[in-house]
Write a protein that binds this ligand. Structure first.
Ligand SMILES: Nc1ncnc2c1ncn2[C@@H]1O[C@H](COP(=O)(O)OP(=O)(O)OP(=O)(O)O)[C@@H](O)[C@H]1O
Ligand SMILES: [Mg+2]
Length: 151
């Protein structure tokens, strides 16, 4: 499978989709999220957290770049928007090679630090409440995950 496209019609639907993804990921997996301001990247991350059993409220890590949450697996939520045009390495490898799940909003800004094997997700706003969510698996294990998600 090269890519998987899913349309959601509500915020809750996007969160449920992310909750399903949370049941399929494994320690050390890296998920990237691209999409314009307000597309739903943080909303998707909230769903992932909920699916991973995170009870704390997940919100945009705008000031900290990385926020860590405890669930069944640790969740590392990064928003690297502020690293545009910088080559700053804030220790990405430690997160990407950890036993946690890393989720990176605006991941293209740190392209050089991203592992080859990962799940890229692009969210596009079609209208006020409709989102086109496209999954691009990079590597066999993520292809399997997308096949499961497609069911
Ligand atoms: N189908 C949908 N899926 C996701 N979010 C939706 C949907 N319909 C409406 N929304 C709304 O769109 C907004 C998405 O905001 P969110 O903070 O998740 O975006 P973001 O991509 O993280 O933005 P930013 O680039 O500012 O971090 C929320 O207010 C959410 O309720
Ligand atoms: Mg966000």
């Amino acid at each position: 499978m090269n890519e998987l496209e899913i349309i959601t019609h509500t915020t809750e639907e996007t969160m449920r989709l992310a909750e399903e993804l949370a049941q399929l990921v494994r320690p050390g997996d890296v998920i990237t999220l691209e999409g314009d301001l307000g597309a739903g990247k943080t909303t998707f991350t909230k769903g992932l957290g909920s699916g991973l059993g995170v009870t704390r409220t997940i919100n945009s890590p705008t000031y900290t770049i990385v926020k860590e949450y405890r669930g069944e697996l640790p969740l590392y939520h990064m928003d690297v928007y502020r690293l545009e045009d910088s080559d700053e390495d804030i220790g990405f490898d430690e997160y990407f090679h950890s036993d946690g799940i890393s989720v990176v909003e605006w991941a293209s800004f740190i392209e050089a630090f991203l592992p080859e094997k990962r799940l890229d997700i692009v969210i596009r706003a079609v209208d006020e409440h409709t989102r086109k969510i496209t999954f691009y698996p990079r590597g066999d294990s993520f292809e399997k995950i997308c096949e499961e998600l497609a069911r």
